[in-house]
Design a protein around this ligand. Sequence first.
Ligand code: NI
Length: 442
Amino acid sequence: MGVSRWVFLIYSLLVIPPNPIGCLSSKEISEIPVSFLNFAKKAEVFDWMVGIRRRIHENPELGYEEFETSKLVREELDKMGIPYKYPVAVTGVVGFVGSGEPPFVALRADMDALAMQEMLEWEHKSKNPGKMHACGHDAHVAMLLGAAKILQEHREILKGTVVLVFQPAEEGGGGAKKMIDAGVIENVKAIFGLHVKPDLPVGEVESRPGSLLAGSGFFEAVISGKGGHAAIPQHSIDPIVAASNVIVSLQHLVSREADPLDSQVVTVGKFQGGGAFNVIPDSVTIGGTFRAFSKESLMQLRQRIEEVIVGQAAVQRCNATVNFLSTEKPFFPPTVNNKDLHNHFLKVASDMVGTANVKEMQPLMGSEDFSFFQEVIPGYFIFIGVKDEKNTKPASVHSPFFKINEDALPLGAALHASLAIRFLLESNAETPLLNQKLRDEL
Ligand code: NI
């Protein structure tokens, strides 16, 4: 071999990437999900994700207080050599894998726990009294860190940049909104989010195009009358009877005013007033939630809830004030999945787990603050099975007995990573996704 060939050989080893972008065949691209899943199932990767999930589970933190969780995320990103921004929206962390150049695609995990006591007895039970990861956000963080590891290990085939969004305060605090206000999805073309589902077997995933989860709001009302002796009601103005009529009238909003084909909910879950058998109290406080699948229906409900409470209280000679708690519990828009991203999900997920394990789900009246991202850029939200096969009646999310099957962690990590890497490989500046967004806005 002559000198020039040696020079070329050394040059090609040093300079030419082993797998140049653009040289992946469509067959190789379609094999990415399975190879990522196999990577995530390797014992050292799986055990590492399980360890992360359990550490977070033992130390649950509420919205905007996820300091230890956020620290753990940053430590793991440091170990992987992944740069990040911190703090974003108090405790949020935003990591970057890839070239640092466009195109950008984002993956999101929520980090917060719930204010409830874990009742499940196991080795890694919550050590923080009155706080519990009962919605699987501990698993979401572990899955996104798993995706970060997969992407970092395969960065030679990554085109552009994957933005890793670890957000605070999903459970009512609107952490997603604060992340958007901090600019984390500027120039990002699409975002994906996952949520565990305890009644779906491990190995299955499900979602749907269009409306997936409802938008939601909360209200609280104080209905004031005039207290007095229970035996002489003519000298009082009874707020308990007034509040009772208010609640009955609120139920007519869905049954008599809403289109029966436009699913809506109004639930009064709070009724506080009086403390004695023989006293009419001065006031009663009621509160509840309302849900709908469009912003218009949600705003219509909001307006009518206020009118009905004030008007119906007045019928009984009471005054009422209504508070929609928009600072503490901001309105969540409906979660609406982009149709082109749905097709992307079907392709990637089917390549990973087979078409039979990719299910189309019915919409749910639950809500998610992932919807704030979807108001700004095309977004797609997916449910992933974490059913414990031994348990025929798995506890739902937000139950004190909630439990996940950790065997689902590799699938969550690999799905996240595959959705992102294939979106970047298969998209270009003229992507129909952008056109879809424009169409949606017109
Ligand atoms: Ni959740």
